[in-house]
Design a protein around this ligand. Structure first.
Ligand SMILES: Nc1ncnc2c1ncn2[C@@H]1O[C@H](COP(=O)(O)OP(=O)(O)OP(=O)(O)O)[C@@H](O)[C@H]1O
Ligand SMILES: [Mg+2]
Length: 283
């Protein structure tokens, strides 16, 4: 097991009387195994970012525990160990650039870990290659597209040899092409390198690429299952103010029109097969 959250609570004390204390994470118990690809969904303010920050000790739970790699995040002796194991990528690519060339930017993390210069060079080259940015090694990160900047941010984490990458809406500011590139890279890192991925997103088409989908509501975990299990609850999900993937929506509408169709489908190929089956029956 890589991550274990046990009855974790986190409250923000706003010091604004009208707002008071906000319980952002409200008793989350969950285990995440090595090698999983998890998507976290939920409406604005449901506690996704706060929970993500608990995972790499950017925040410490008020009560309950978060265990990463058998280390309690409360143990301040191991804070850098945890942060190098669980890398975070945030929403705004511009805020994550720390150097004037891609290479230097990616080297920043391993340099801070005190790794040998020779080893750093190896890691940096390898990480940049893994995200397909080798031809930009000497470029200024500021001149790259949003998607390329996020790829550089991911490379910076890879250079620290992480077990897990947590992406907090890292695709939110990207165009569809940039988003797709990031998702493809995450898939590759997960499948080929065994890196655990936790991807917070508002895009259902991205969420279905995960092996596991978690939906948060009011600081708690409301649903946890495979994409198919989760998105078959179309009514419940819509009731929470969330969308379902487009193909699921289409089949759900067809079912509501009275057609005998399986609506718990989340990808295009399965949807095509289901519709072909239906058309053949009509013939
Ligand atoms: N720094 C803060 N100070 C006070 N309250 C906060 C702070 N950060 C978040 N909150 C509150 O905690 C709750 C959970 O916020 P959080 O950012 O974790 O949600 P989220 O699911 O990531 O939302 P979004 O989809 O908008 O990113 C919200 O009610 C939010 O207003
Ligand atoms: Mg958030």
């Amino acid at each position: 097991m890589l991550i274990k959250s046990e009855k974790a609570f986190y409250t923000y004390n706003t010091h604004i009387e009208s707002e008071g204390a906000v319980v952002a994470v409200n008793g989350v118990s969950i285990e995440i195994q090595r090698g999983e690809f998890v998507s976290i969904l939920g409406r604005n303010g449901s506690g996704k970012s706060t929970f993500a920050r608990l995972l790499n000790a950017l925040l410490i739970p008020d009560s309950g525990t978060i265990i990463v790699n058998n280390i309690d995040t409360r143990d301040s002796d191991y804070i850098w160990e945890i942060r190098s194991r669980i890398g975070m990528v945030f929403q705004n690519p511009d805020n994550q650039i720390v150097a004037t060339s891609v290479e230097e930017d990616v080297a920043f993390g391993p340099e801070n870990l005190g790794i040998e210069p020779k080893e750093i060079i190896n890691r940096v080259n390898q990480a940049i290659e893994m995200v397909g940015m080798s031809e930009y090694s000497n470029h200024s990160p500021h001149l790259l597209s949003g998607g390329q900047k996020q790829r550089v941010a991911i490379a910076g984490i890879l250079a620290m040899k992480p077990e897990c990458i947590v992406l907090d809406e890292a695709t939110a500011m990207l165009d569809p092409v940039g988003r797709k590139e990031i998702i493809n890279i995450l898939k590759e890192l997960n499948q080929n390198e065994g890196i655990t991925i936790i991807h917070i997103t508002h895009h259902m088409e991205e969420a279905v690429k995960a092996n596991r989908v978690i939906i948060m509501e009011s600081g708690q975990i409301k649903y946890d299952g495979t994409p198919k299990q989760i998105f078959s609850k179309v009514k419940e999900i819509k009731g929470m103010g969330l969308d379902v993937p487009q193909v699921t929506e289409l089949l759900y509408s067809l079912k509501n029109m009275g057609l005998n169709i399986n609506e718990s489908i989340v990808n295009i190929e399965d949807a095509v097969n289901e519709i072909v089956k239906l058309v053949n029956k009509i013939d």
